[in-house]
Design a protein around this ligand. Structure first.
Ligand code: CIR
Length: 253
């Protein structure tokens, strides 16, 4: 059960953020509207939302998920692998001190983006990406093991972040795409497979009684509904342009 979420509004500098996609420059006004709908959806699923004001200094800072990993027991401040994003943790750690007595930290030379971490009940999976290195993943594993969780480090071939291609819904149900479909690490889950032409929808979030998914991916939507979940769809076009998915826009705990 999630009770809280933290989000940060996109600033005007958002349009100059990092991206590998060739979907064009985001429309800032539309991004703000989509962000407001995201906040409304979080309220619908029953969490209290902390809305942080935009930080123009960090164009990608609306993607708060990359700055930390939160659970009911502990909070880990990440060490984001992109140089232009690393300073985002300075503000976020101050915010998190309002919710947690103590914080854990990933330290250099370790790097880790929250988008590379997936929790499935008491297990964590940590993807090795261009943003998360082995040292960061090992530090993460050592921290979560102290709290009685396990962690498995997953080398990746294609995806930007681990959760670009995976979403754990609970009940052993796992949304999987691309390189993770036949991956032995995820073979024990009930897989909800996302087709290649709908890959973007693999990044969805289970929040209490709902799964929030990006709008426009009918096959994935049907598979998630058929698996027994209530779905909320959100237009994500302006975040997709900067390589962002649904999970990236919030920290949930
Ligand atoms: C970046 O390149 O860091 C941002 N433009 C997108 C971050 C997306 N975050 C995520 O998948 N957790």
């Amino acid at each position: 059960m999630f009770t809280r979420a933290i989000v940060k509004k996109p600033g005007k500098s958002y349009v100059n953020g990092l991206t590998t996609s060739n979907l064009g420059t985001p429309n800032y006004e539309l991004a703000l509207e989509q962000h407001a709908s995201y906040i409304e959806a979080l309220k619908t699923v029953g969490v209290e939302v902390t809305v942080l004001e935009a930080d123009e200094q960090f164009p990608d800072s609306t993607f708060v998920e990359d700055t930390a990993v939160l659970t009911e027991k502990f909070a880990i401040v990440s060490n984001p692998g992109a140089e232009t994003r690393n300073g985002e943790i300075v503000h976020m750690q101050e915010v998190l001190k309002g919710f947690y007595k103590e914080l854990e930290y990933i330290q250099a030379p370790g790097t880790l983006d929250g988008g590379d971490v997936m929790q499935a009940d008491n297990r964590f999976y940590v993807g090795l990406s261009t943003r998360t290195n082995e040292e960061g993943a090992k530090q993460f594993k050592a921290i979560v093991e102290k709290y009685g969780y396990t962690a498995e480090i997953v080398p990746m071939k294609e995806f930007f972040h681990l959760k670009t291609g995976l979403a754990y819904l609970g009940n052993n149900d796992l949304v999987v795409a691309g390189e993770f479909v036949d991956h032995p690490t995820f073979a024990e889950f009930n897989q909800i497979v996302v087709d290649a032409d709908e890959e973007y929808s693999a990044n969805c979030i289970r929040m209490n009684d709902y799964v929030i998914i990006p709008k426009g991916f009918e096959k994935s939507k049907k598979r998630i509904v058929d698996a027994g979940y209530k779905v909320i769809e959100l237009e994500m076009s302006e975040f997709r342009k900067q390589d962002g998915g649904l999970s990236c826009l919030s920290l949930r705990f």
